[in-house]
Design a binder for this molecule. Structure first.
Ligand SMILES: [Zn+2]
Ligand SMILES: [Zn+2]
Ligand SMILES: [Zn+2]
Length: 141
């Protein structure tokens, strides 16, 4: 499946590309910061440098294999897939718990607002910064 993804995107199959794609699709979680991907590569004893991780992610982004979500102030976060499974995010600023959601009314509203200002909406990310309602059950970050 990973191989197919690369071929469809017109990218040559290289070890770093395969490994990073594999991590993104591993299913243990959906959202990865660049550093989390890098740490995972180290755990797997793959000799892929941080600069390569950045480069590969930029290539994947250009081919719509990943999308970038700004969930943290200081770090870009990536997830597999692209806008065809569009969703927005909520994140707990204390423990980092992430919830994905999609609300038709909000989506529609954004189109209307863009239109009102003479724009045609092409894409958007929405992130709601929250705190868990009943205290964080997640391990704190
Ligand atoms: Zn949305
Ligand atoms: Zn997501
Ligand atoms: Zn929390």
């Amino acid at each position: 499946m990973d191989l197919e993804n690369l071929k469809q995107a017109g990218l040559k199959i290289t070890v770093p590309r395969l490994k990073i794609l594999h991590i993104l699709h591993s299913g243990c979680k959906r959202h990865f910061t660049v550093d989390e991907i890098y740490q995972e590569l180290i755990k797997q004893k793959a000799s892929v440098g941080l600069a390569t991780v950045y480069r590969v992610l930029a290539q994947f982004e250009a081919c719509n294999l990943v999308s970038r979500v700004q969930l943290y102030n200081d770090q870009a976060t990536f997830e597999a897939g692209q806008d065809r499974d569009h969703h927005d995010h909520m994140i707990c600023i204390k423990c980092g718990k992430i919830v994905e959601f999609c609300d038709d009314i909000i989506e529609e509203r954004q189109e209307k607002i863009a239109k009102k200002y003479g724009f045609k909406l092409k894409k958007h990310h929405m992130v709601l910064f929250c705190k868990c309602q009943n205290g964080c059950k997640n391990k704190e970050k």
